[in-house]
Design a protein around this ligand. Sequence first.
Ligand code: SF4
Length: 378
Amino acid sequence: MELLNKLSSDWNGIKEIIPYGFGWEAGRCIDKLMQDFTIPFIIDNDSSKEGTDYKGIPIMPWSQAKGFIENKKVVITTRYRQYYKIAKSLETEGYAYGTDFCNIKEFIPEWYWKNKSKCCLYTVDMTVSAKCNFKCKNCNMFMPYYKTDVRYCLEDLKVNIDQLFKVVDYVCYIGFIGGEPLLFMQLAELIEYIKANYSDKVGNFTIHTNGSIKPSEKLINEMKKYNITVAISDYGEQSPCRDRMLDTVVYLQKQGVYVDVRASLEWRDVGFPMNPHHFSDEEMEHHMKLCSADWRGINDGKFYYCNIAWSAEKAGLITLEPDDYLVMEELAKDIGKGKESLLKLSEGHFDKGYMSFCRKCGGCGVDNTKLVVPGVQL
Ligand code: SF4
């Protein structure tokens, strides 16, 4: 496969890996990695973790670990800023990306495809509510601009999940998103359904919420039972009800739920739908690459490279082109090819080089310099 080529050939057949970073991201994938690899130790530079272990695997800082690292493959189990910091420090010491180390989100699809012929994704998001109780002017899912009344029921979402797992072998974590996902009243039942039917195919879940709605007792029980992360967006002073959000954080923490408050200092204004961009054919491929969108979506029985594009169409604002997404039922007709096609799209491989909606969308890359205050309400 053309695009799954970030790892050098000597990663094939490896039996041992060293995870670097033992925070939230590692928690999403460590058990899966332990099933399939020997992990002699985990690297983490947080002094409070030094000398501790995870299920018998010692955790040690890089200063100690580097004495044992020769000829070993390191998988960085952190993302975003933290990932770049670790990658840079390894490169400074002479280790090479793709040969000596790589990123978990690239390792999972590539290694399992090449070594096990399995279609494994690090993460995929699923919209459970196309409604929101906020009206963020620059919502990147365009919720305030929906022209249609979209409602999901439990049965729709179960079918969506069934279609996903007909093709996909494993997902480290599924993100439930909206709109506001806590407006979907049967989230607990959906989680139970996934766990009952696909517990060997999914590592964990994250619920992305604005924190303004307290989850039901039933849902809190599910959160605790399955160690689900509640990722709460903090829009700061612009939040329509920040006090309520802070109350929710304290309430969930008291209940023993893992809460990850994500403060947004700025958003990139994608322009759409009020001031859509008009990128030319020549600009498109580069523009999409710079964006490097990190949000795959499974919605309505279709797999999307970018959930933003799905939402723009669902809102009734645009019509996507047929090769902008994959229809899961079609992929399931030839599973081998279906898995390959899904991995290709997930890597951003489009036959024409880009996804059509990128023409109108400013994206999140460095070519979009229009920064806006998050959470400003219409
Ligand atoms: S530029 Fe394209 S890939 Fe990036 S957010 Fe916009 S639609 Fe998605």
